[in-house]
Write a protein that binds this ligand. Structure first.
Ligand code: ADP
Ligand code: MG
Length: 584
């Protein structure tokens, strides 16, 4: 194998030549601490940066085996090493060295959530970091000396500072991995504890601002304190320090299965609590404040999203008798209303196995949530297509075991159907179930239940392969991610603004490619959507996220992906405007 010295010589040779000469770098180079793979060289200084990997043998990297002994710990240690590499890059890299992206070295680092990512791989044999490098140019001329500084000096320093276990903050690393494992451990226990979520005492739920995901700081932050009646203590595998002593459990509020209302005055922290639950499907980094918040893996946020497309969804459990006799058992529209979109989103989530629905009055269609007695009197049922969620929410739990957590500050009619009522008062939760039930008895709503019959059984759908086309121009597969909530799939834009549990643009990128992977391997005109997304999930678990790259082959940089849940993959497919399905 060529060595780093050979790389130096090549760079000296191509110095001052046209940018295409950089193509000569593709290959692998031996350094005494690692192997450098130059997998892909960008076409020009303004194109997306070149892709390189560094692979360090464990005899050099020395990541203790205990840190990747199970999936939760492996994901955590990989994520942690991405962060140490990221800070080493910031420390070492000189930054811009010419035009466009010249001189930039980067790694796909995440935010407050800890996700499985393709940017780092740790196993028994080696540690591999996958980087982006902007090969430097002046105009279109190779800056060989600058490239040498990057590849032959900065990268070895980055490895030295960010990837060798002996040189990184080990205590922090242990805490990071332990905390992530604790969160996953709690998540696995929720079901048998009869809970859908857990919020530990001491958690910080509010964020610094509407534009920042960091914790709110300062003396006006109320830390979470569980009400005694909902308090649970859950064992954790890695003891944490509390008051100088190691403690092997966490205490906090358990949200039981069933129908839970979060009530309270405006601006008292209801939505903040729900948003923490939405994000609680992922582990958070220590210090985030939400590392104490764990929600069931199957918790799906439901919101109104008018304008979206809906394909062949049976929404008749919520909506019937539309004008002009439009069919709601196989409902299709290019322009959903608030209520039809919310109904469809619920059924789509149930179709792929959601076990908990999270709803906030702030983002719900009022007429989907409730119709009160006066409105029932004015607009008689025969002229109202909607069976409000209020009249289905208990049934969903009783017949399908699907729980709901609803933020409801404006409608007390829900007291009749709630198992648990939590009141937020000055950012602290109180349990007020008994009071709410008493009020429900003494203040009748005088409304009538609007259900004519029970929810129809779930209509599974089969996506049709010819309706999914990732091609654009001469490219057979062209999928671009324009932001956390926008994928351009072939010629089609997939708008994911309503899919609020995507938290990282690398997840969005993965979702776009997962649709393509599904179309290529599993969507055959016979497989049901639920099985398709399950198959994709299984493939990602068995083979790793590297397979998401449509052009992947071993020995090629797998790109920057972070793992999405199957719910979000299905949600994106449901929003692809060309997609056609038939009911099974
Ligand atoms: P609601 O949904 O009840 O109207 P929000 O959850 O939107 O209220 O919260 C209102 C404001 O209070 C937000 O700016 C939020 O950041 C802040 N906030 C929420 N929880 C806390 C807390 N525990 N401590 C301090 N501020 C908080
Ligand atoms: Mg609110």
């Amino acid at each position: 194998m060529p060595t780093i010295e050979d790389l130096r010589r090549t760079l000296a040779r191509i110095d001052g030549r046209g940018y295409k000469a950089y193509k000569d770098l593709e290959g692998s180079y031996h350094h005494h601490q690692f192997i450098l793979f130059v997998d892909h060289v960008q076409g020009d200084p303004f194109a997306s940066p070149s892709k390189v990997r560094v692979r360090i043998s464990q005899s050099v990297a020395n990541v203790p085996q205990a840190f990747f002994a199970n999936t939760a710990r492996r994901v955590a240690v990989q994520d942690f090493l991405i962060r140490t590499t990221h800070s080493a890059i910031r420390h070492v890299s000189q930054g811009h060295r010419g035009m466009g992206k010249s001189g930039l070295i980067s790694i796909d680092v995440g935010g407050q959530e800890v996700l499985e990512r393709t940017a780092m791989l740790v196993n028994h044999e080696w540690v591999e970091a996958r980087l982006q490098v902007g090969l430097p140019a002046q105009g279109r001329t190779v800056l060989g000396r600058q490239a040498e500084a990057m590849l032959c000096q900065e990268i070895p320093q980055i490895v030295e500072q960010g990837l060798l276990w002996g040189n990184i903050p080990q205590r922090e690393g242990k805490q990071f991995v332990d905390w992530v494992e604790n969160q996953e451990h709690i998540r696995h226990q929720l079901d048998s504890l009869g809970l859908v979520a857990f919020i530990g005492d001491g958690a910080t739920l509010p964020r610094a601002s509407g534009a920042s995901d960091s914790p709110l700081a300062g003396k006006n932050v109320r830390r979470f304190q569980s009400p005694e009646s909902l308090r649970v203590t859950i064992p954790i595998p890695n003891p944490i320090e509390q008051g100088g002593k190691p403690v092997g459990s966490l205490t906090g509020m358990g949200i039981p299965k069933g129908v839970t209302l979060i009530v309270g005055g405006g601006y008292h922290g209801k939505s903040t609590l729900l948003r923490a639950l939405e994000r609680g499907i992922y582990p958070h980094v220590p210090g985030d404040g939400r590392e104490f918040v764990v929600a069931s893996q199957g918790a799906v946020k439901i919101r109104a999203e008018d304008g979206r497309r809906i394909e062949q969804v049976d929404i008749s459990g919520f909506i019937t008798n539309l004008p002009f006799g439009q069919n709601t058992t196989q409902f299709c529209t290019d322009n959903a209303s608030g209520s039809t979109s919310q109904a469809a989103t619920i059924l789509e989530a149930l179709e792929v196995g959601a076990t908990v629905l999270l709803l906030d009055e702030d983002t719900s269609a009022t007429n989907f949530m409730v119709r009160d007695a006066r409105m029932q009197a004015l607009v008689i049922k025969a002229h109202e297509p909607i069976t409000p969620f209020l009249d289905r929410v208990r049934e969903l739990f009783q017949t399908q075991g699907v729980s709901s957590v609803l933020v409801m500050g404006g409608c007390g009619d829900y007291f009749d159907v709630a198992d648990t009522v939590i009141m937020m008062r000055e950012y602290l939760p109180l349990e007020v179930t008994v009071e709410a039930q008493q009020i429900a008895r003494s203040h009748e709503t005088h409304r009538c239940m609007e259900v004519a019959s029970s929810m129809p059984s779930l209509a599974h759908r089969i996506p049709l392969p010819e309706s999914i086309d990732p091609s654009r121009g001469r490219r057979e597969v062209k999928i671009d991610t324009k932001g956390i909530d926008l994928i351009v799939f072939g010629h089609e834009a997939i708008d994911l603004k309503g899919v609020e549990q995507l938290v990282d643009i690398s997840q969005t990128r993965a979702v776009g490619c997962a649709i393509q992977l599904a179309a290529e391997r599993f969507i055959d005109g016979k497989a049901r959507l639920c099985d398709v997304v399950e198959d994709v999930g299984r493939l990602l678990t068995v083979e790793g996220l590297d397979v998401l790259d449509p052009f992947y082959r071993p020995g090629r940089h797998p790109g920057n992906f972070a793992r999405p849940r199957s719910y979000e993959i299905a949600a994106a497919l449901n929003r692809l405007r060309t997609v056609r399905m038939r009911q099974a």
